[in-house]
Design a protein around this ligand. Structure first.
Ligand code: G3P
Length: 220
C-alpha cells in the first residue's frame, strides 16, 4: 500500500517524508488555502521534497478550462498529478489529460458508478472520500470494497484506488485489507499510526533491563 500525505503544509510534509515512508502528497483547494501560500510556489516546494505523485487540483469547472489549467499545473514538475472533480466535465478533461501522458487524480468520488467512469476516462487515481460518507451515516469502506472488486474484474482498468477523506488509522487498515492501492493520510492520522501504549511500555522495560547490563553496543 502506498502512503500519501494529505496536506499542503510543507513543514509537515518535510517532517513525515524524513521517515522514508511517504510515497506522495495530495492537496486540494481547501488545503492550499489553509497553507496561506502561493499555489504554484507551494507545489514546487512539495515536488522538491517528495519524488512520488503530488496532486494539484484545478479550479475550473468546464472541461476546456480544466484542460488548460491541468496542462499549466503539469509543467510545475514531472511528479504533478492533476486533480479534477468527478463530474462530466472533469472526466472529459481527465480523458484528454491522460491521453497527453499527464497523471490525473479524479477526486470527490462518492459512488461505484462514478469510479467506473473514472477508470474508463483513464484516471491514474480515483479518490473516494470515505470520511465524508461516514460523516452522513453512509458506509465509506463499503464503497472502497465495491470499487476494488470492480477494478479487479477488468484487466484494462489501470486506475489506482486512492482512499481519501481518512479520519483515523482504521480507515487505513480496512483499506489495506481490501487491497486499495493508496491511502492519503492527514499528518495527524499518520502520526497516530506509529503509536501504541504497549510499544511504549515494552520499550521502556527493555531499556531499564539493558541499562542493568552496563554494556554498550557502540563502545566495542
Ligand atoms: O484529499 C481529499 C481530502 O483532503 C478530503 O478530506 O477531511 O476534507 O473530507 P476531508
Amino acid at each position: 500500500m502506498k502512503f500519501f500525505v494529505d496536506t499542503a503544509d510543507v513543514a509537515e510534509i518535510r517532517d513525515l517524508a524524513a521517515t522514508g515512508l511517504v510515497d506522495g502528497v495530495t492537496t486540494n483547494p481547501s488545503l492550499v488555502a489553509k497553507s496561506g501560500r502561493d499555489f504554484f510556489e507551494v507545489l514546487e516546494e512539495i515536488c522538491d521534497i517528495v519524488d512520488g505523485p503530488v496532486s494539484a487540483e484545478v479550479a475550473a469547472t468546464d472541461s476546456d478550462t480544466m484542460l488548460a489549467e491541468g496542462k499549466a499545473l503539469s509543467k510545475i514538475a514531472k511528479n504533478i498529478a492533476v486533480k479534477v472533480p468527478l463530474t462530466r466535465d472533469g472526466l472529459k478533461a481527465c480523458k484528454a489529460l491522460s491521453g497527453d501522458g499527464i497523471m490525473v487524480n479524479v477526486t470527490l468520488c462518492f459512488s461505484a458508478a462514478q469510479a467506473i467512469l473514472a477508470a474508463k476516462a483513464g484516471a491514474t487515481f480515483v479518490s473516494p472520500f470515505v470520511g465524508r460518507l461516514d460523516d452522513i451515516g453512509s458506509d465509506g469502506m463499503a464503497l472502497i470494497a465495491d470499487i476494488v472488486d470492480i477494478y479487479d474484474a477488468y484487466a484494462n482498468f489501470d486506475t489506482e484506488v486512492l482512499v481519501a477523506s481518512i479520519r483515523h488509522p482504521m480507515h487505513v487498515v480496512d483499506s489495506a485489507k481490501m487491497g486499495a492501492h493508496v491511502a492519503t493520510v492527514p499528518p495527524a492520522v499518520l502520526r497516530a499510526m506509529f503509536n501504541h501504549p504497549l510499544t511504549d511500555k515494552g520499550l521502556a522495560a527493555f531499556l531499564v533491563d539493558w541499562e542493568k547490563t552496563g554494556q554498550s553496543i557502540l563502545d566495542r
